[in-house]
Write a protein that binds this ligand. Sequence first.
Ligand SMILES: O=C(O)CCC(=O)C(=O)O
Length: 321
Amino acid sequence: MQSAPVTPANDIETVARKGGKLRRMAVRIPTYMADIRENPAWLPMFLLARTLPGRRAHWLAARPSNGAIEGLPTIFADVDVETAVEALKREGLFASLALPAPVTEEIAAFASDTPCFGNFDRGIEFRAPDHRATEERLGRPILSGHHFERALDCPAVRAVQRDPLLSEIARRYLGAQARLITTRTWWSFPTRASEADRSLASLDKYHFDLDDWRMLKFFFYLVDVDSGTGPHVYVRGSHNKRRMKHQLTLLVGHPAAEIHEFYGKDSPLTLTGRAGTGFVEDPFGFHMGTVATQKPRLMMEVGFGVSKPSRRRFHAEPVLG
Ligand SMILES: O=C(O)CCC(=O)C(=O)O
């Protein structure tokens, strides 16, 4: 395990933590510039995909999927693709997926044994069981631990990522252009995190994702998740309805009170479940991870979009090193 000294003054979370909202936006500018250099088409997407007319115009380009998966081996038993796609269209969420126990166990064992990177910083490398000791050694809270590209060293992760059921649901929902754009595994740890730490980890604030014009994310819990394990929350129906104020702003995060007022206080669904529980959502709908208060949460994500995948975002890295 690497134990390179971290200079607390220069990592992205520390910079973000020290400033206000403007400074936190400013620290993301190099990231946005890297995205534009890698793919200039990212800029119009970033500006327009937050508006409903922009999205609807893009959605017109969706080609119907002709892919059928009958006969292809899937690890997901008893999932009706049609039902899943209908639920996605209606609510933005389908929450009845389950990984087989051996797959869940293999990924969980891999994620405990394989060093992860704390707070998105490749200079902070540790195994999840050593989380507390690493915080003590560095003298700072560590909220998240990502495995980045190492996730793909796990055969069970690759099996989930390539499962035909996931790509079929993605093609039926997003159109035949659907392609894999993210795969990640990560820990969210209970700790004393600042608001800026939480914001960088997309925790505790409703937001929507703007990584592509049309997206779908599959999430799987790899440990039991209850209210103390930082469950994910999704606001049903928010994937195709958007207050004007939330379309005409560069910010993707918005206060809970505004979300509850517009979508109704019964629209957020808190997703808890045993290890292996999975769900798929349209991440243009408002969602958030909550901060774990009792036990670490281990999560896997497989994301689909319709554009060329970004190298950086494939494993959820805030900036490419
Ligand atoms: O950690 C979570 O549950 C949410 C992750 C998230 O917000 C995202 O992938 O956009």
